[in-house]
Design a binder for this molecule. Sequence first.
Ligand code: FAD
Length: 292
Amino acid sequence: MTIRNILDSKKVLFSFEIFPPKKQANFDNVISCTKELSALEPDFMSITYGAGGTTKVNTVEIAQQIIQMGTPALAHLTCVGNTKETIKSTIKEMKTAGIENVLALRGDYPQDFEGEKATADGLDHASDLVPLLKEEGLCVGGACYPECHPESANRIDDIENLKHKVDAGVDFLTTQMFFDNNMLYSYLYRLQSKGIHLPVLAGIMPITNSSQVARMVKLSSAYIPEKLLAICDRFENNPAAMRQAGIAYATDQIIDLISNGIRGIHIYSMNKPDVTKDIIANVNEIIKAVNE
Ligand code: FAD
């Protein structure tokens, strides 16, 4: 099932993200998390891709298993450091595995990357990857950044650049995580004013331990509202309380987003089915109501 079709048939969709194991020994653990997440009946699950293809085999393998579990899968694919030939052969592998949806990404080089860094064959941006996926008949998503991509000079340039990806034919966009919904609402106005009307899935990262905040700021440069900082300060030494407060915060964000007409919620579940399970339990009646 393509995400385009799901968007056509549902008012609000939910998706979860998992990442493949860094060490092969952890593969079975990831599959068991995946099974627990799939049992929550998300509209689809997405599987990240290590930049430079470091998790390529597992991304495809996990996506294939998710499809066999009865859940549509969205495989991520990054083009940084890859040749057109390698990318085309990965796309073929994805299609052979039954994958119908791909998130087209540029990717970043990992800090410890030791391979050839030169870009090849003009695959410099996610927008260069989109035509290769579209010509294979795939449903294609792209990433977007409500608080601006860190490399963009400013918010205007960021949306101008996003337009390349949109014009290349992406079917939907998924946002970088954000912790203040107003960031998304003002971003959506800016997208509309530039003629970008694609469905945007809102990326929500539940913060269930206080050290996560520093890591997330480093990874995404996201603004952390006072309310979330206060939660982290107050409960950093009490894991159970921090977990409960973090789940409540993410739940609150999701309810506000759905109330304001957002089409999709993408939970960065970080291979933590228990947290995702609690969030879904908090909003299950809301999900039912909006899709009636
Ligand atoms: P692009 O769209 O290529 O944009 C990168 C930068 O280049 C931006 O500043 C943009 O404004 C600029 N730009 C874009 N097009 C042009 C152009 N034509 N001319 C000039 N400038 C341009 N990383 C992984 O390694 N694996 C993953 O699985 C993964 N999943 C992700 C999922 C989501 C939802 C998000 C939001 C990010 C994900 N990332 C992942 C991180 C992502 O790879 C990085 O944020 C990366 O820096 C940018 O990727 P992009 O696809 O947005 O790049």
